[in-house]
Write a protein that binds this ligand. Structure first.
Ligand code: SF4
Length: 83
């Protein structure tokens, strides 16, 4: 689970913007202006029934993380929270 979905900077963050791009997801903002300190991105390869491989990007640690529980969901109510 990407910690960004519960971070107050998620809709301004340049790293989260990159994660969205890697997932082909709709951006929360087109112009991120926040540079996080030392985000650590975990990249995993997921085998999809031996037919294809998906790459998943998750921020697992970040010195700029600031807890704002449910921030992503409040910005995108009724959408599925990225996992
Ligand atoms: S946890 Fe770090 S990388 Fe993720 S949205 Fe917050 S500041 Fe950006």
């Amino acid at each position: 689970m990407c910690i960004c979905v519960n971070c107050r900077w998620v809709d301004r963050c340049k790293t989260y913007h990159s994660v969205e791009r890697q997932h082909g997801a709709k951006h929360l903002t087109l112009n991120p202006d926040f540079d996080p300190k030392e985000p650590i991105i975990h990249v995993s390869l997921i085998d999809k029934e031996q037919i294809s491989t998906e790459i998943e990007w998750d921020v697992q640690a970040c010195k700029s993380f600031c807890l704002d529980h449910g921030r992503w969901l409040r910005l995108r109510p009724n959408e599925k929270v990225p996992s």
